[in-house]
Design a protein around this ligand. Structure first.
Ligand code: ADP
Ligand code: MG
Length: 339
């Protein structure tokens, strides 16, 4: 057997990238989440050829101090948590310090950033994990990052990508969920120079729903609201007449993070009782807030799955909130109106 040795940082980052960066949409998710964590108010996402050619994210957030920029590309380097205790009270979307080094190890990355009041900004250029250039730039507050040639050095990954329309659909899905999670942030997504979606960033969730699912659909969404000692649930759910053939129009957000949780989705559907036809599912956006101590987000590298304490209590609350919303509605007169 060969001698045991530590892997180089570049190789270690490429291995981590295998978990975090599956496809262009993963890059978009990580970078836009960084922009959100940096308190941005407007985030522009410009994608070429479904992100395979390039992905550019421009934000007006806090920026990174010029002398910290290369640190941001180090493995496990983050400004978001410090101690073990912080891990149990994560308030930001990121905390693993993996995205930038992972992305830079499998793509070409140019990042330009400046903080408020700084005299100069900084631009860095990485490719395949190596720093190619580091120079001072102008001082527009915020961060502008371009990722191109994704997977240029990992051919197996590149081959595994699906058609452009599939990859683009994944990107659109990521942006839609983030826009639904943050109605107070303006999002603009363009593909090959054409605008795909845009939200106003005025805090109005129903307007975001209209931008994503259509104005007619948004009119058929009802506000719900419920709370107990541990959880607060709010958001919009569709009238039973407005359904889709898949569950994927249900977005569950926990403390601003879009997550996949079968049980919570099931509770929402159960609340409709027999009002939904078999195989049909509502459109819904559920914003759940809770003490971060009740949710473990450190379960999955992409943080899609979380572990919840008191999950069955939350399920009961969601089911009841939906039931209450439709309790006093007699649906038969609606059918009449069609005549
Ligand atoms: P994480 O988000 O888990 O901290 P990342 O690798 O995504 O790890 O980013 C590393 C660090 O770089 C972040 O902790 C943050 O300090 C900084 N950073 C990254 N993107 C931005 C951005 N758009 N605006 C401001 N700071 C950023
Ligand atoms: Mg991050």
């Amino acid at each position: 057997m060969a001698e045991i040795h530590e892997l180089s940082d570049i190789l270690a980052n490429q291995i981590a990238a295998g978990e975090v960066i599956e496809r262009p949409a993963s890059v978009v998710k990580e970078l836009v989440e960084n922009a959100i964590d940096a308190n941005s108010q407007q985030i522009d996402i410009l994608v070429e050829e479904a992100g395979v050619k390039s992905i550019r994210i421009i934000d007006d957030g806090d920026g990174i101090d010029a002398d910290q920029v290369t640190k941001a590309f180090l493995r496990h380097a983050t400004s978001k948590i410090t101690s073990r205790n912080d891990l149990f009270r994560v308030h930001s979307l990121g905390f693993r310090g993996e995205a930038l080094p992972s992305i830079a190890s499998v793509a070409d990355v140019v990042l330009e950033t400046a903080t408020a009041g700084a005299e100069q900004g900084k631009r860095v250029h990485y490719k395949g994990g190596e720093l190619l250039e580091e120079i001072g730039t102008g001082a527009r507050k915020g961060t502008d990052i371009t990722v191109s040639d994704i997977f240029f050095n990992t051919p197996a990954r590149l081959k595994y990508l699906k058609s452009q329309s599939t990859e683009l659909a994944q990107i659109v899905d990521v942006i839609n969920r983030l826009a639904l999670s943050y109605p107070e942030i303006g999002f603009r997504l363009s593909h090959n120079g054409n605008e795909v979606m845009r939200t106003a960033g005025n805090g109005n969730l129903q307007q975001v729903i209209a931008a994503i699912y259509g104005v007619q659909q948004a009119r058929k969404m009802q506000a719900i609201q419920a709370e107990d000692n541990d959880f607060e649930v709010s958001g919009y759910i569709s009238l039973p007449e407005l359904t889709r053939a898949s569950r994927s129009y249900i977005s569950v957000l926990i403390n601003g993070r879009y997550i996949k949780n079968y049980n919570l989705t099931k509770a929402l559907i159960k609340g409709y009782g027999s009002k939904l036809m078999v195989g049909r599912f509502p459109i819904a956006v559920l914003q759940i807030t809770m003490d971060p101590l009740l949710v473990d987000v450190n379960v999955h590298p992409q943080k899609h799955e979380v572990r919840l304490s008191k999950e069955s209590q939350l399920m009961a609350l969601i089911e009841q909130a939906v039931k209450d919303r439709f309790a006093n509605e007699n649906l038969i007169p609606n059918a009449y109106e069609n005549y």
